[in-house]
Design a protein around this ligand. Structure first.
Ligand code: ADP
Ligand code: MG
Length: 679
């Protein structure tokens, strides 16, 4: 079996399961090998039954207090028994396994492993595994992989396929040059892959992960280095002599710019007048007011007779920007045109026509902007908002819509400067490091679910005062469909609990763009009081009248993502509140949430997050999708990022040819990488 083979060569994968693997994006043996576990199930030691808590998977040991009984319900045959140890007793139950009745004996000692639920107010271990002493000893302390799945494909099936692939596959030789591997003390690739799936200990996991993270950062840095070599400072043919009307716009704003905004605008203006093409990143925390800077810069392009365009990641955001642009620029006679994927064919046609003829001064759009048929008249400045949602390739395609236009990208991702220089290698950076003065700091609290009634009372009060509320529903790893159900159920029960006059609506990823827009627009127009949503509200939404955000199951989010979510409130002059509600109240959870509750500063939160997450961290936190890293985390793995960047630099500095046989593997990998991450 070779790495490039399709997955059907793996024992146990037939036509039917192949399709399911496809759904997970796994088509080849390599892809399966690099399908890393989402989290690990840690096989911990025996605990007293009196110490269990809800949701845990634990091992207990004891004997049955009486003969196990069988109960027949409409759907199941349930075997029930009570297990006692020195500390107390607990109910255990097995579903549809009536044959167990014969084997379970009173007076015998059993070791059981299973998840604890609360049933009718008491704890119950459901569907436990029955372990022999030998099995228990063998598994103790081991980590078992838990993969992201799709309906029909079990964790066991994926585990088995991975096991087979690791055993049967003839691995290609390690692509990472041996000198680099030695210098940084990295595992060979094959070893790292087998260990990331089946680590014997947390230390093993950390070592395996370090190698794979290094790989990812190394390829990224290398690709960026090669790209940068091609990209020298280019002279620009767009000149910006005039700023009189831009000054008028500045004077007409209902607020004055913050110092950070001012210095950013100064940076931009001096770039635009330098005679060279601008490539600049604006980094500013959520709510720091990046949009207005884009508006000013784009207006300046219009004032000087050119076209400008801004690309945003979502339909909703495009529309929101469109309104905001018009609010500021229509009085100046600027013609702004919207172009998004979901507009009707004739609307699109009309927009494209206006863009091509130059009647459109400014264009706001989604990915639709970089499609083939979109031709600009005289594009001098392009802006990408929420840049982390786009690949370098998409940014590049945007650039190609003009003749070396000036480029501005905006990001809210708080990254320390040293890392930003690596990650945004090709860009100059301006930082907006303060929020507008008229904001009151958001008041935060980290609470358990028992706080919910109080939270609802608070929400009711805020709505009565004319404010609006976001509720972020638990995130479900398994599927969007379940997530949707969850949001709808939640909204349904909320309607029953809250006073009838409160208008509750929901927003989720399964909705069509048109529906999403409608909901977002009605929320913005205050026709909705409480918006129950998945994380789709995360990106850039600006409804200043919303003053409360309640995040359910806050422990399931990374701190950086919680910070982004929180950024949806505190955007107006009224006091805003963010309630982080934890689904479990373990010490670890509460400590993490207290960090974010303590500070509204994205940099601080990111730093603290980093401190708390050691390299052996097995938290199953879904990444917020920043950059294009599958396993690497720019905060947690900051050291690897620096190392890999240094390694890549020394590699390109030596000016070795990738065509040399020794680096064949690396070249292949680099080409594939550049294609996949759309670099
Ligand atoms: P982000 O940086 O997260 O994209 P926005 O650009 O959406 O933030 O700005 C958030 C809100 O702050 C908007 O309502 C905007 O009008 C307002 N705003 C921007 N700059 C200032 C300022 N200097 N003073 C007061 N309000 C401002
Ligand atoms: Mg924004």
């Amino acid at each position: 079996m070779k790495e490039t083979d399709g997955i059907r060569v793996i024992k146990g994968i037939g036509e039917k399961s192949e399709k399911l693997f496809f759904k997970l994006g796994i088509t080849s043996v390599t892809e399966l090998l690099h399908y890393y576990p989402r989290i690990y199930d840690i096989f911990t030691g025996i605990v007293p039954v009196a110490s269990v808590s809800e949701g845990e998977t634990v091992v207990i040991e004891g004997s049955f207090t009486g003969k196990p009984a069988i109960i027949q319900t409409r759907q199941y045959k349930i075997i029930q028994a009570v297990l006692r140890d020195g500390s107390g007793s607990i109910r255990v139950a097995w579903f549809n396994m009536p044959f167990l009745l014969k084997t379970l004996k009173v007076g015998m000692h059993y070791i059981l492993r299973g998840k604890i639920y609360v049933k009718n107010g008491t704890f119950q271990m459901t569907q436990p595994q029955i372990l022999t002493k030998e099995e228990y000893v063998k598994w103790l302390g081991k980590l078992q992989p838990v993969y992201s799945l799709t309906a029909g494909l079990s964790n066991k099936a994926v585990t088995k396929a991975v096991t087979n692939a690791i055993h049967e596959c003839e691995f290609e030789s390690d692509f990472l040059p041996i000198e680099i591997r030695k210098q940084y003390g990295l595992l060979p690739l094959k070893k790292a892959i087998s260990m990331i799936h089946f680590p014997d200990s947390k230390e093993d996991y950390a070592e395996a992960r370090r190698r794979l993270v290094f790989d990812e950062f190394f390829l990224f840095s290398l690709a960026l280095n090669y790209m940068r070599e091609e990209k020298q400072e280019k002279p620009s043919e767009y000149f910006f002599p005039s700023t009189e009307r831009t000054e008028q716009l500045l004077a007409s704003l209902p607020f004055s710019l913050t110092e950070g905004q001012k210095s950013t605008w100064d940076d931009i203006l001096s770039d635009l007048r330098s005679g060279f093409v601008m490539n600049r990143l604006i980094q500013g925390d959520v709510g720091s007011g990046k949009t207005i800077i884009a508006i000013i810069a784009l207006f300046c392009a219009v004032e000087n007779g050119y076209q400008g365009a801004i690309m945003v990641p979502t339909e909703v955001l495009a529309r929101q920007h469109y309104e905001e642009f018009n609010r500021y620029l229509e009085p100046f006679g600027v013609k702004t045109v919207l172009l998004t994927g979901f507009m009707t064919a004739s609307e699109k046609k009309e927009a494209k026509q206006l863009i091509k003829s130059g009647e459109a001064d400014l264009v706001i759009g989604t990915h639709a902007l970089i499609q083939d048929g979109v031709l600009f008249h005289d594009l001098a400045l392009i802006v990408t908002d929420e840049q982390h949602r786009f690949g370098v390739k998409q940014r590049e395609a945007f650039t190609e819509k003009g003749k070396n236009p000036h480029v501005l990208v905006m990001s809210a991702t708080p990254i320390p400067r040293t890392l930003a220089i690596i990650l945004y290698g090709d860009l100059d950076i301006s930082v907006i490091d303060e929020l507008p003065k008229n904001r009151l700091p958001i008041k935060n609290c980290a609470v358990g679910t028992n706080y919910r009634p109080q939270a609802y009372r608070f929400i009711t009060k805020q709505v009565a005062e004319g404010h609006q509320v976001y509720i972020i529903c638990p995130m479900i790893e398994e599927s969007e469909a379940v997530e949707m159900e969850n949001v709808m159920d939640y909204a349904g029960s909320l309607r029953e609990i809250l006073p009838e006059s409160i208008r509750v609506e929901c927003l989720h990823g399964k909705m069509k763009p048109a529906e999403k827009n409608k909901v977002m627009e009605s929320f913005a127009a205050h026709e909705i009081d409480v918006l129950v949503s998945t994380t789709v509200v995360e990106v850039g939404i600006n409804v200043p009248n919303a003053t409360v955000m309640l995040i359910e199951n806050a422990e399931r989010f990374g701190l950086a993502q919680l910070h982004q979510l929180r950024g949806r409130v505190g955007r107006g002059t009224a006091q805003s509140y963010c309630i982080f509600m934890a689904g479990n109240s373990s010490r670890e959870t509460m400590e993490r949430l207290k960090v974010i509750a303590r500070s509204n500063d994205g940099f601080f939160v990111a730093q603290e997050d980093l401190k708390m997450r050691g390299p052996g961290d097995l938290f199953g936190i879904r990444q917020s999708g920043e950059f294009y890293f599958r396993i690497g985390d720019i905060y947690q793995d900051a050291k690897e990022l620096r190392d890999a960047n240094e390694a890549a630099k020394s590699f390109t500095d030596r000016d070795v040819s990738l065509l040399c046989k020794k680096y064949q593997g690396l070249r292949k990998k680099l080409e594939k990488y550049a294609g996949e991450v759309s670099l």
